[in-house]
Design a binder for this molecule. Structure first.
Ligand code: SAM
Length: 350
């Protein structure tokens, strides 16, 4: 039996279970550590499970880390130094020149007196696998790890009772890190609004190539996404009845149309349209359909679909409206999404 630590947003738990059952209808949930982290058990091999997971491209599962070895949690840093490296050695082989990264998450119980933290684990294992004769190449920098498929990931998940250890290749994981959000957002500190990190994460997650040109940002206020687009070389028409922050409004690349998108018509052909409007899924999708003619051939769009009520129904309704006009390239509940998903669309030539 193979075990995995699965993380997700608690609001979407029911759909996450459905997504997991699609990968293996016989899998079991063994433990619920927190409302957003569970331990599952499957009879599929790690190779089969990974292939089926990646093929199913789930929307709501955030991260899955293998837990092929489970040991009672070590209590002190000295014990960790003495015992953990050899235990991990049994799981992985880090040869000369192998790129590796240690990813640790500690779920601290109230009465759990640990005298080490996740950084300690990462340094202790990192140093062990870099010793002279081994000479693995550690990735301590999350930034370097971003989208580097060749890195070997040693996952360490620690609860008051047990420590779960696993090994995978970065390319076998849904995300390069179980806390991708932190990494994407701290790359550039927040400048305008919390929302700007959503677009930054979507750009990274969907490997979106931004080559500059003309962009349309609908539901733009206070201006986080507009600023991200300007930073990526775009002239932006920002549409929103609400105000943009002054530091965005004053940019020469930004034109603010203080109106509802439904009241506007465009002669322009945009290179990209982004839409973060807080509308019903089908209404927001209808706006995208009406803008179809204002997009250049094969242009991409990033759309957030708000799902405050029935998430599955909301996604289906939006897809139904979009399907004749846009190819839906990807849908993800990103780390920066709350009760919503982000879609990547490509204009269909109709
Ligand atoms: C979540 S906020 C957008 C945040 C923005 N992306 C940012 O980075 O700062 C949603 C915005 O959608 C706007 N909105 C809602 N309905 C709209 C409509 N019909 N036309 C234009 N904007 C709309 C709201 O005024 C609100 O400012």
């Amino acid at each position: 039996m193979m075990h995995y630590i699965v993380t997700f947003m608690p609001y979407f738990k029911k759909i996450v279970i459905k997504e997991l059952k699609k990968i293996d209808e016989n899998l079991n949930i063994i433990t619920e550590f927190t409302p957003e982290i569970i331990l599952i058990e499957t009879s599929k091999t790690q190779k089969d499970f990974t292939n089926d997971l990646l093929e199913s491209n789930p929307i709501f599962i955030k991260h899955i880390a293998p837990a092929s070895k489970i040991i009672p949690s070590l209590k002190t840093k000295d014990e960790v130094k003495k015992l953990l490296p050899n235990i991990v050695e049994e799981l992985v082989s880090i040869d000369k020149g192998t790129l590796f990264s240690v990813q640790t998450r500690i779920v601290v119980g109230k009465s759990f007196g640990l005298d080490y933290n996740s950084k300690d684990i990462e340094v202790i294992l990192g140093e062990h696998f870099c010793e002279d004769e081994k000479r693995g190449e550690p990735f301590f920098s999350d930034k370097e790890l971003l989208n580097n498929d060749d890195v070997n990931i040693i996952s360490v998940f620690i609860t008051p009772q047990n420590t779960y250890l696993g090994f995978s290749k970065a390319k076998e994981n849904l995300n390069f890190h179980d806390n991708e959000a932190r990494i994407c957002s701290h790359k550039g500190k927040r400048e305008v609004s919390r929302a700007e990190n959503k677009l930054k994460e979507a750009i990274s997650k969907f490997s979106l190539k931004l080559e500059g040109g003309k962009a349309l940002d609908i539901g733009a206020a206070p201006g986080g996404w507009t600023k991200v687009l300007v930073d990526n070389g775009y002239f932006v028409i920002a549409v929103d009845p609400a105000e943009l922050f002054d530091n965005v409004k004053c940019l020469k690349e930004v034109t603010h149309l203080k109106s509802k998108i439904e009241d506007l018509k465009f002669e322009n052909e945009f290179d990209i349209i982004v839409n973060d409007m807080n509308l019903e899924p089908a209404d927001s999708a209808r706006v995208m359909v009406n803008l179809h003619k204002s997009l250049k051939e094969n242009a991409k769009c990033v759309l957030t679909v708000k799902l405050p009520f029935n998430p599955e129904k909301g996604i289906l309704e939006a897809k139904e409206v979009l399907k004749d006009y846009y190819e839906i390239l990807n849908i993800k509940n990103l780390f920066h999404n709350r009760q919503e998903v982000t879609m990547l669309l490509k204009k269909k030539n109709v």
